[in-house]
Design a protein around this ligand. Structure first.
Ligand code: SAM
Length: 338
C-alpha cells in the first residue's frame, strides 16, 4: 500500500552542483562530525535505488550534509522527506532544496542521537506489521562515529511492536565502514561473524548491496564504504525482549575465539556459573564446544528461550552483570592494596 494518495512523479528543477554548493556556502569538511561527502549524483541515485520503490514514501535521512542523497531521495517522488543535520552550516543549502521541492522537505537542525524517531513519520502509519507494511524508510550516509550505536538503537526499535517507533517493517538503507558492513551481513561460520551479525539478522533480512570506494568521497576516508539494506522480517527469528537477546549475544561474543560455554558462563554469578551454564547448554541442546561464530540464529533462539525461563525462575539473574562484578572486584583488590 502506498503511504498516501495517488502516485505522483517529481523532479527537482536544475540546481547548482553539490561542488558549487560546497563552494558557495564554504562547507569545508569537519573531521569530528565524520564529514565525507558524495558529490557524484549517479552514486547517490544508486544508493537510493537500493532502498526500493520510494514513490509516495515517508523517508527519514540522517546527516544530509550538502544534500547529494537528499536530492536523489526527492527525485524518487517521495511523499515527504525529513532530514536531521547537526552542522548548522548546511541548513541554507538544504533550505534551497526545500524551496525547489515545495512541501516535500522538512529540515531539522539537531542531533540524530537525541532526535525522537516518532517525529519523523505520521502517527497514522504506526503499527502496520503483517502483509501491508507502511512505505516508511530510513536512509543515510551515516557519520562513522555514530553508525554502530544508531543501528543498534534502530534494530531495537524494529523489535518493538508497540511504543514510539512501532512503524512496522521500516526499511533501512545505510552506509557503514566496509568491515562493519561485512560484520552485519556475515553468515554462520565466517570470520566476520559477530554480535552485529546476530542482532541484525534475527530481526531483518540484511544485504550488503554494494561497496563504494573511499576515493568517491570528499575528503577521502581511510576505508571503503559498504551500503547495507535492511528489510525487517514479518516475525523476529528470536521472540524474546531485545535487551535479553542482546545480553546473551554480547556475552557469547566477548570471548570470540573460545568455546561458546566460556562467554555464556558470564551470564551467571560465579557461585552458580558451572552448574547454570551446563543446564543452559543442555536444555537449549547446544554443543558447548562450538565457537561463537559457529552458532546459528536457531542456536541463539534456543539459548535465549532457555535463559528467559531461567530468569523467570530467578528474577535476580537478568539484572546480574558480569562486567560490573569484575569492576567491583577490581576496585576491591585496589582498595586492599592501598
Ligand atoms: C558522511 S557525511 C554525509 C553527508 C551527505 N549525506 C553525503 O552523503 O554527502 C555525515 C553527515 O552527518 C552529519 N552528522 C554527523 N554527526 C551527526 C549527528 N550526531 N546528528 C546529525 N547529523 C550528524 C555531518 O555533519 C555530515 O553532514
Amino acid at each position: 500500500m502506498a503511504a498516501s494518495g495517488a502516485l505522483s512523479t517529481f523532479r527537482l528543477p536544475p540546481l547548482p552542483t553539490i561542488r558549487e554548493i560546497i563552494k558557495l556556502f564554504r562547507l569545508q569538511a569537519v573531521k569530528q562530525l565524520s564529514q565525507n561527502f558524495l558529490l557524484d549524483l549517479r552514486l547517490t541515485d544508486k544508493i537510493v535505488r537500493k532502498a526500493g520503490n520510494l514513490t509516495n514514501a515517508y523517508v527519514y535521512e540522517v546527516g544530509p550534509g550538502p544534500g547529494g542523497i537528499t536530492r536523489s531521495i526527492l527525485n524518487a517522488s517521495v511523499a515527504e522527506l525529513l532530514v536531521v543535520e547537526k552542522d548548522s552550516r548546511f541548513i541554507p543549502g538544504l533550505q534551497m532544496l526545500s524551496d525547489a521541492a515545495p512541501g516535500k522537505l522538512r529540515i531539522v537542525h539537531g542531533d540524530v542521537l537525541t532526535f525522537k524517531i516518532e517525529k519523523a513519520f505520521p502517527e497514522s502509519l504506526k503499527r502496520q506489521w503483517e502483509d501491508d507494511p507502511p512505505n516508511v524508510h530510513i536512509i543515510g550516509n551515516l557519520p562513522f562515529s555514530v553508525s554502530t550505536p544508531l543501528i543498534i538503537r534502530w534494530l531495537e526499535n524494529v523489535s518493538q511492536r508497540d511504543g514510539p517507533f512501532a512503524y512496522g517493517r521500516t526499511q533501512m538503507t545505510l552506509t557503514f565502514q566496509k568491515e562493519v558492513a561485512e560484520r552485519l551481513t556475515a553468515s554462520t561460520g565466517s570470520k566476520q561473524r559477530s554480535r552485529l551479525s546476530v542482532m541484525a539478522q534475527y530481526l531483518c533480512s540484511v544485504q550488503h548491496v554494494f561497496t563504494i570506494p573511499g576515493r568517491a568521497f570528499v575528503p577521502k576516508p581511510e576505508v571503503d564504504v559498504g551500503v547495507v539494506h535492511f528489510t525487517p522480517l514479518t516475525q523476529p527469528r528470536i521472540q524474546q525482549p531485545f535487551k535479553l537477546v542482546e545480553k546473551v549475544v554480547q556475552n557469547v561474543f566477548q570471548f570470540r575465539r573460545k568455546y561458546c560455554h566460556r562467554g555464556l558462563g558470564m551470564l551467571f554469578p560465579e557461585a552458580q556459573r558451572l552448574e547454570s551454564t551446563g543446564k543452559l547448554l543442555q536444555w537449549a541442546d547446544v554443543d558447548p564446544t562450538l565457537r561463537p561464530r559457529q552458532l546459528t540464529i536457531s542456536h541463539f533462539r534456543s539459548l535465549c528461550d532457555v535463559y528467559r525461563k531461567m530468569c523467570d525462575e530467578d528474577p535476580n539473574l537478568f539484572a546480574y552483570n558480569f562486567r560490573e562484578e569484575s569492576k567491583k572486584n577490581k576496585s576491591k583488590k585496589q582498595e586492599k592494596r592501598e
